[in-house]
Write a protein that binds this ligand. Structure first.
Ligand SMILES: CN(C)C(=N)NCCC[C@H](N)C(=O)O
Length: 288
C-alpha cells in the first residue's frame, strides 16, 4: 500500500484547512444561528465581538485531525483505485481509470474519512458556535474552554457515543459528494491535459477548485442537517434523527434551509481544494 498518498493527503489537507477555516466558521454560524442577516453581517459581528481570533475558533482539533482525515481520504481513494484497476497514481495518466471506478473509490474514501472525521468535526462545530468574546478577564466564560475540555464534557455527559453525534448525517453527506469531488477533478484534468501527460499547475488548481465547489454545493443540504444534529443535545434533544431534523427544518424554514451557507461553502471550497490538489499532486511527483 503506497504510503506517500497518505502523507501527501495529510500535508495538502493541512494547507487547505488553515486557508479555509474562517469561511467555515461563518458557514457554521449561518447554518445554526439566526442572529446574522448574511455573510457580511456575520463576518463583521465576529470581528467586532470576537476579534480575528473568532474566525479561527475550533481549528486546532481539525488541524490535528486533518492528518488522519485527509490522508484517509486520499490514501483510501488512491489505494481503492489500485485494487479496482491495478494502476498506481503515476500509471493512471497513461491508463486512466473509468469514471465508475473513480466514483466508487471516492465514495469509499468519503465514507471512511467521515467516520474518522466525526468526533473532530463535532468538537469543531461546538466550539465555532460559541459566540462569547475570546477569553478576556471578566468576559462571560463559554461552555467549553477548548477542544480537549469540549471532548471531555461530551464524553462525561453523553458517553463515547456522544462524540459521534451527527456522524450518520456526516457519512451521508460525504460518501456521494466525495465521489463527485474526484470525478469532477479527474474529468476536468483530462479535459484540459494532452493524453498521457501530467496536468499543468493551472489545470490542477482550476480542476481542484471546481471539484471543491461541485462537491460542496451537492453536500450543503446534508451539511446543514449535520451541523444541526451536532448542536442538538447541547441543552436538550430536539431531533429524533436525521430525517426528523430534515422534516422539522423544512417545516419551520422552508426548502431554502437546505442551502444555508452554500455561497460561503463555495467561496471557501475553491481556494481550499485548489491548494489541496496542487500540493497533493506535487508531493507525489516529487516522490514519484
Ligand atoms: C463535499 N465534501 C464533504 C468534500 N468534498 N470532502 C472532500 C474534501 C473536502 C476538503 N478537505 C474541504 O475541506 O473542502
Amino acid at each position: 500500500m503506497p504510503v506517500e498518498e497518505f502523507v501527501a493527503g495529510w500535508i495538502s489537507g493541512a494547507l487547505g484547512l488553515v486557508l479555509g477555516h474562517p469561511f467555515d466558521t461563518v458557514k457554521v454560524r449561518l447554518q445554526t444561528q439566526t442572529t446574522y442577516r448574511g455573510i457580511v453581517d456575520c463576518m463583521v459581528k465576529i470581528y467586532r465581538h470576537e476579534s480575528l481570533l473568532g474566525f479561527f475558533k475550533g481549528m486546532s482539533f481539525p488541524l490535528a485531525s486533518i492528518a488522519v482525515v485527509n490522508s484517509v481520504l486520499f490514501g483510501v481513494y488512491s489505494n481503492t483505485l489500485l485494487v479496482l484497476t491495478a494502476t498506481s497514481h503515476q500509471e493512471r495518466r497513461a491508463q486512466p481509470p473509468s469514471y465508475t471506478h473513480i466514483f466508487l473509490a471516492g465514495c469509499t474514501g468519503g465514507f471512511l474519512q467521515a467516520y474518522c472525521l466525526a468526533p473532530f468535526d463535532l468538537i469543531k462545530v461546538r466550539l465555532q458556535n460559541q459566540t462569547e468574546p475570546v477569553a478576556q478577564p471578566g468576559s462571560p466564560q463559554p461552555q467549553y474552554q477548548g477542544p480537549v475540555h469540549c471532548a471531555a464534557s461530551i464524553f462525561r455527559e453523553e458517553g463515547y457515543r456522544g462524540l459521534f453525534r451527527g456522524a450518520w448525517a456526516l457519512m451521508l453527506r460525504d460518501t456521494p459528494t466525495v465521489g463527485i469531488y474526484f470525478i469532477t477533478y479527474e474529468g476536468l484534468c483530462r479535459q484540459y491535459t494532452p493524453e498521457g501527460q501530467n496536468p499543468s499547475s493551472a489545470t490542477v488548481l482550476v480542476a481542484g477548485g471546481f471539484a471543491g465547489i461541485a462537491s460542496w454545493v451537492a453536500a450543503t443540504p446534508l451539511d446543514v442537517i449535520k451541523s444541526r444534529m451536532q448542536m442538538d443535545g447541547l441543552r436538550r434533544r430536539v431531533y429524533q434523527g436525521v430525517l426528523d431534523c430534515m422534516v422539522s427544518s423544512v417545516r419551520q424554514e422552508g426548502l431554502g434551509v437546505f442551502f444555508r451557507g452554500v455561497t460561503i461553502n463555495s467561496a471557501r471550497a475553491f481556494p481550499v481544494n485548489a491548494v489541496t490538489f496542487l500540493s497533493y499532486e506535487y508531493l507525489l511527483r516529487w516522490w514519484g
